[in-house]
Design a protein around this ligand. Structure first.
Ligand SMILES: [Zn+2]
Length: 267
């Protein structure tokens, strides 16, 4: 099993609550991602996701926790499969809207004792309208994502994550959250995303972006970051699987993770 070698803490603003959130990460000797509330510990699984409208929100015995996906993606990419997470608020801080901060925090604290990943024996898929995720047995672990937005500054794009930590560190982890100006205006008018600003989100205006992209596929690689975080809740590391996703978001990602969790026996 792979865990961390010391207790790590992080403090930052919650994208949705706007509150300062403190997170403490503990080494843990049980397989899975666990959250601690008071003295109770719960394993987080795909079936515990209660809301996917603006982020991935977990509900663990009535303890709700939002914006888990970027931290979970980094945990997964580092092959950490035993960790305990404690939070001061009901949200994981957003930092710059990517997984970069979490990767920097965790990468030098891994105690690696790799667990064999779970393999699928035949293809599986989920779909909704023209969005879909299909996975089939293959060599290693990879995700190919197809993005398609009817916006001149985004359009169509494709990126393949090859499963390596180098590829993850270079392209996936630093990719920031993005939102269209219409969504931002709606959120502001409804007192939502109180911690959101142009420092932690790329705002897509009609004819410009609020900041320069970190690399040309940043929108697509952020979608891959979200997908990895959502898949991690299937409960086990995966191996020898190729995943192809077309226009999927948190809702479909969670359906896919639930399907994987069911295949694994729901533990
Ligand atoms: Zn995201």
């Amino acid at each position: 099993m792979t865990t961390i070698n010391s207790i790590l803490t992080a403090k930052g603003t919650g994208l949705h609550s706007g509150k300062e959130c403190k997170v403490t990460l503990y080494p843990y000797d049980k397989q899975g991602i666990y959250f601690k509330f008071n003295e109770n510990v719960y394993k987080a699984l795909a079936e515990d996701v209660c809301d996917t409208s603006r982020c991935t929100m977990l509900d663990l015995n009535n303890n709700k926790i939002q914006t888990c996906e970027h931290l979970l993606a980094v945990i997964y990419a580092l092959n950490i499969n035993g960790i305990l997470i404690e939070t001061s608020e009901k949200e994981i801080p957003t930092f710059d809207g990517s997984g970069k901060y979490w990767l920097e925090l965790l990468k030098d604290h891994i105690v690696n004792n790799k667990l064999d990943g779970f393999e699928i024996s035949k293809p599986i898929h989920v779909s909704e309208d023209d969005s879909f995720i299909i996975a089939y047995p293959s060599e290693g672990f990879s995700i190919e994502y197809f993005l398609d937005y009817n916006h001149p500054l985004i359009g169509t794009s494709r990126f393949t994550f090859n499963g390596s930590i180098d590829n993850f560190s270079k392209y996936i982890a630093p990719s920031r959250t993005f939102a269209f100006i219409e969504e931002v205006e709606y959120l502001k008018a409804n007192n939502l995303a109180l911690g959101g600003n142009e420092e932690n989100c790329i705002v897509v205006y009609k004819d410009k972006l609020s900041s320069q992209l970190r690399h040309k596929h940043e929108f697509t690689t952020h979608k891959i970051l979200d997908l990895i975080g959502d898949i991690s809740l299937c409960g086990m590391p995966l191996d020898n699987i190729k995943i192809i996703a077309n226009k999927s978001g948190h809702k479909l990602n969670n359906l896919f993770a639930r399907k994987l969790q069911n295949l694994l026996g729901g533990q």
